[in-house]
Design a protein around this ligand. Sequence first.
Ligand code: GTP
Ligand code: MG
Length: 294
Amino acid sequence: MLSGIVAIVGRPNVGKSSLLNALVGRKISIVAPKPQTTRHRIQGVLHRPQGQVVFVDTPGLHRKAPRALNRYMNDAVSGALSDVDLALFVVEAGRWTDEDEAVLEKLKQGRAPVGLVVNKVDKLDNKAGLLPELEKLSAMHSYAFIVPLSAKSGDNLDALVRELFSRMPEGPPLYPEGQIAGHDLRFTVSELVREKLMRALAQELPYALTVETETLDHSGTIIRTSAVIWVERDNQKKIVIGEDGAMLKRIGSAARRELEYMTGAKVVLKLWVKVKENWTDDPQALKRFGYLDN
Ligand SMILES: Nc1nc2c(ncn2[C@@H]2O[C@H](COP(=O)(O)OP(=O)(O)OP(=O)(O)O)[C@@H](O)[C@H]2O)c(=O)[nH]1
Ligand SMILES: [Mg+2]
């Protein structure tokens, strides 16, 4: 059996989590149009007859890291890169930035071979520009392979899977057959709620909040769960609740619907909003909310 670990890294918003979900064929990691959506290492497993690949999705590596939460996120990337069989460096077609450069520098210092994924090719107006771009990118590092693809449409994903399996070592499976996600339902609940918040709220607010699953009872075909949305200030709490509770209701029903779709169970979800001042820069609070040492 082939079996290995692949870290998915890149700057924020290039489509790392979308790629993980597309590779394993299920939503494992939350996705939003805003940068810094992923905050933890998220594992997802691709099972094939020839073996398995364990992917580790990571937070987008960012250079401005003013708060303890940002430092936690960047450290999570470094942690994911130690002891992997391959690093997948994800960039966006037609767009190379200083932050991509910084990610590449980090990868060059590591020991793992690096495969380059040029994502979002479906967005390119000028397809003829892709070939010269790939040539330019290939000159920057001696990559194990370069695969242009679209995580959104699935275009050329099979080429990436072939490249990956051809580089996985032999070994026993790391996950039991059928298990696709590395995390539990508790984590799924808080992440789904956070995703809905990231998508619904304006620019700054998503970065000031975190979600903590408080209770979870999965018996038979019913899941009863409650979660707290923690914000940093009273005025943020008002926005998350919305007029007559409209925003909170909208977030709750979107998260509930998706959880029902994912699990096939009936879901009863209760949400609360609470204030914990400055939690994003408070190591004690971070620990409590699950941002543990990497
Ligand atoms: N058009 C297009 N959009 C994509 C593709 N892949 C991802 N996106 C979009 O890009 C945005 C960011 O996607 P994510 O998967 O959350 O990106 P990420 O790299 O995980 O972002 P962070 O977790 O914030 O670092 C979302 O709006 C996705 O729908 C793609 O192949 N084509
Ligand atoms: Mg992500």
